[in-house]
Structures are given as structure tokens and as C-alpha cells.
Design a protein around this ligand. Structure first.
Ligand code: ADP
Length: 170
């Protein structure tokens, strides 16, 4: 099942919320900053403990890592790193799809039945909202066909984003 929620992802009592992180995983602006503030210092420590795959990179673009949610109502945080939009010709769509696929696979592996996503890459990273939402919905549909007991929540911070998802989910 898929549903749309308009609001702050840090308030959702789901099994896992997804963070639009950066490769260092040590916090940032936007939804990343909000999640770290709400989860508390322990989230930063847990991210710091994730091994680097190369200097300064704990989670390469398109991949995902999981930590506890600490002070959040959500049990877990799945950190994924969306692509920076560079015009669409640099593999952005495939990398964004990989974020959704890898985050959902990690949720399933960890027994999370409800997973909430922000609109990954559509803030500071500049990915066009409609194109990003099409990828999010397509990947969620494919995943849910194989995991019919799970729930995917699209958490839209703005009414505009909620309307974009509303159109796609009809
Ligand atoms: P990125 O760097 O991947 O573009 P941003 O955090 O800049 O990430 O933006 C991603 C999306 O998260 C944007 O649509 C932004 O409006 C949204 N956002 C920001 N704060 C929150 C929040 N507290 N809950 C849900 N979504 C949020």
C-alpha cells in the first residue's frame, strides 16, 4: 500500500523513515538536519560508526545504510544519498531509482513494514519534483508487488509536492 502524508517526517511513527543524507552521513541541511535534530546526538554517533568505504564516504550516492531512530518516533532511520541534478544526462534517474530500491530492500531485510520517504534530491540537490516523484512511485510499485504486506509513505513537506504525488497515485 502507498499513501501520501503532508508534513514533517520526523513526527511519523513508522518502522523506518528515510533520510536524504549526504555521502559523509554526518548531517546537513534540509530534511537531514531536521532528522538529526529530532533524533539527537546518538544518531550522529551511530552515523560516525558506519565504516567509510573511502575517505569521507560512508554511503555512496544511490546506496543506503540503516541506524536506530533514537529519540524519533520512528524505530529506524535509513540513510540514502540522492544524486545532485546536473541536467539529467549524468545518470541521475538511475541513481535516484537505486536510492528507493536500496532503501526499500534494507527496510524489508530489517523487518520494517512501514517506511516513509521524503522527496529525495528535490531540495538543495535540485531534482525536478515531478520527474523524481515518478521514479519514487514506480520503484515503490515494483517493490510492493513483491512485498504486499508493506506500506510506503510519501512524506511531502509542501502542499505542492503532495499534489504531485496525488496526481500520480490518482
Ligand atoms: P536533497 O539534498 O536530497 O535535495 P533536501 O533536504 O534539501 O534534500 O530536500 C529534500 C526534500 O525534503 C524537499 O522536498 C524538502 O522540502 C523536504 N523536507 C525538508 N524538511 C523536511 C521535513 N522535516 N520532513 C519532510 N520533508 C522535508
Amino acid at each position: 500500500m502507498m499513501r501520501i502524508v503532508q508534513g514533517d517526517i520526523t513526527e511519523l511513527a513508522v518502522d523506518a523513515i528515510v533520510n536524504a543524507a549526504n555521502e559523509a552521513m554526518l548531517g546537513g541541511g534540509g530534511v537531514d538536519g531536521a532528522i538529526h535534530r529530532a533524533a539527537g546526538r546518538e544518531l550522529f554517533e551511530a552515523c560516525l560508526a558506519v565504516p567509510e568505504v573511502r575517505p569521507g564516504v560512508r554511503c555512496p550516492t544511490g546506496e543506503a545504510r540503516i541506524t536506530p531512530g533514537f529519540r524519533l518516533p520512528a524505530g529506524r532511520v535509513i540513510h540514502t544519498v540522492g544524486p545532485v541534478w546536473r541536467g539529467g544526462g549524468r545518470g541521475e534517474a538511475e541513481r535516484l531509482a537505486a536510492c528507493y530500491r536500496n532503501s526499500l530492500a534494507l527496510a524489508a531485510e530489517n523487518g520494517c513494514r512501514s517506511v516513509a520517504f521524503p522527496c529525495i534530491s528535490t531540495g538543495v540537490y535540485g531534482y525536478p519534483a515531478e520527474a523524481a516523484a515518478e521514479i519514487a512511485v514506480r520503484e515503490a510499485r515494483t517493490f510492493l508487488a513483491a512485498h504486499p504486506d508493506m506500506e510506503v509513505v510519501f512524506c511531502c513537506f509542501s502542499a505542492r509536492d503532495a499534489a504531485v504525488y496525488g496526481k500520480l497515485l490518482g
